[in-house]
Ligand binder design. Structure first.
Ligand SMILES: Cc1ncc(COP(=O)(O)O)c(C=O)c1O
Length: 392
């Protein structure tokens, strides 16, 4: 007999790993499929972890995170947004992904309804569905030079049992950045309807205009139904460290403590020490990475811009593009074809939610030489197969 809960049995492997896993360790592949660059985390951050190990930091720690890390986060966030966070709002449960999973577990159960603003990173869909909730997408639209979300689409999707709404800004995969006035309107809607707004701001420092993206933290009060999830992976290039934080209403602090125990019993302790160092000494790293990504974005525009079949919308944030290949019938077949014939790894659009079958995603955080070569090969593939796309 199948012991799996129906919600688990129904889950499908996401399209990114579906394409990538068969060739994941192949050195011939230019891998633009995952959300990371190819440079290791800065030496002084690694040294902090080594020092913590040498100091014997190998024990259990507070389930909501070491006090010095939560203090450093408060200083960082207060300064970044000009706010004064209640310390009980900050928790370090482990990776950003654990923060998202716990946030969903806190409010969703079988029969509930959850809205995801799409296109969205597919792991959100999976983690929401494991709760038994029904998941519905409200999709951003491509309008002129950018992506936009129409809040009337969100309003029309609401149901009596809508308990959670997920929005990721800056957005993986579109690079859309939600403007502050729209954030205020969405927050108001969630207040009125008592819906938990789960705001994923993991790309908060990956913006191409300014230093930080507009944040729900600037407007959310402690009593608001908002959980802002964030992490070290993207701003400080620390994807393998598995560490992030959340800012939630302080009345949820005990629930975070209990659920952190269920998932991880707190984040890895020597990683937490390195995270303090990243916050306190990492601004130069954040700025340098942002410059590198900005140049990567320019290379994408230059190379993909030459191909008339590819419609490119320039991202305002994160480090992905989500181009449309006009007339593409299967994004999975496209990603697999590019991999097989050109040895370039990209992610198929379908996995980012409904309406994305003509799209693919690529990450431009890679070194520029490899990135340019990968892009040239994608263009070559599209040109070679041009007569196979539908006209229009
Ligand atoms: C939108 C979004 N949220 C969360 C995560 C997960 O972050 P982490 O690897 O720090 O758990 C990612 C990773 O790619 C992401 O793109």
């Amino acid at each position: 007999m199948n012991l799996l809960r129906p919600e688990i049995a129904a889950l499908e492997q996401n399209g990114i790993t579906r394409v990538a896993l068969p060739r994941i360790d192949d050195p011939d592949v230019i891998a633009l499929w995952f959300g990371e660059g190819d440079l290791a985390t800065e030496g002084f951050i690694r040294d902090a972890a080594k020092q913590a190990l040498d100091d014997g930091d190998t024990f259990y720690t507070h389930t909501r995170g070491r006090q010095d890390l939560r203090d450093a986060l408060k200083r960082y966030l207060d300064a970044l947004y000009g706010i004064d966070l209640h310390p009980d709002r900050i928790t370090v449960p482990g990776a950003t992904m654990i923060g998202l999973t716990i946030a969903a577990q806190m409010v969703l159960s079988t029969g509930d309804h959850a809205i995801i603003v799409g296109p969205a990173w597919p792991n959100i869909d999976s983690t929401f569905r494991t709760t038994g909730a029904e998941v519905e997408y409200v999709r951003q639209r491509r309008m002129g030079a950018g992506w936009r979300l129409d809040l009337d689409d969100v309003r029309s999707a609401l149901r009596p049992r809508t308990r959670a709404l997920f929005v990721n800004t800056p957005c993986n995969p579109t690079g859309w950045v939600m403007p502050p006035d729209q954030q205020a309107e969405l927050l108001e809607l969630c207040r009125e309807r008592n819906i938990l707004l789960i705001a994923d701001e993991v790309y908060h420092r990956n913006v191409f205009d300014g230093d930080v993206a507009p944040s729900f933290l600037s407007i959310a009060r402690d009593d608001d139904p908002v959980i802002v999830v964030n992490g070290f992976s993207k701003a400080w290039a620390m994807t393998g460290w598995r560490i992030g934080w959340v800012v939630a209403p302080s009345r949820f602090a005990e629930a975070w403590s209990i659920l952190s125990e269920c998932f991880n019993t707190g984040a890895t302790v020597f990683v937490q020490r390195a995270a303090v160092t990243a916050l306190e000494r990492g601004e130069e790293v954040v700025a340098r990475l942002r410059d590198q990504y900005a140049r990567g974005r320019a290379i994408v525009s230059e190379v993909l811009g030459r191909c008339p079949r590819i419609e490119l919308t320039e991202p305002q944030g994160a480090f992905y593009v989500f181009p449309r290949v006009r007339g593409m019938r299967s994004s999975l077949a496209f990603a697999q074809g590019v991999l097989e014939e050109e040895n370039v790894g990209i992610a198929p659009g379908y996995t980012f939610g409904p309406g994305n079958e003509e799209h693919f995603r690529l990450c431009f955080a890679q070194s520029h030489g490899r990135l340019r070569e990968g892009l040239e090969r994608i263009v070559r593939y599209v040109e070679r197969h041009d007569n196979e796309f539908e006209s229009g």
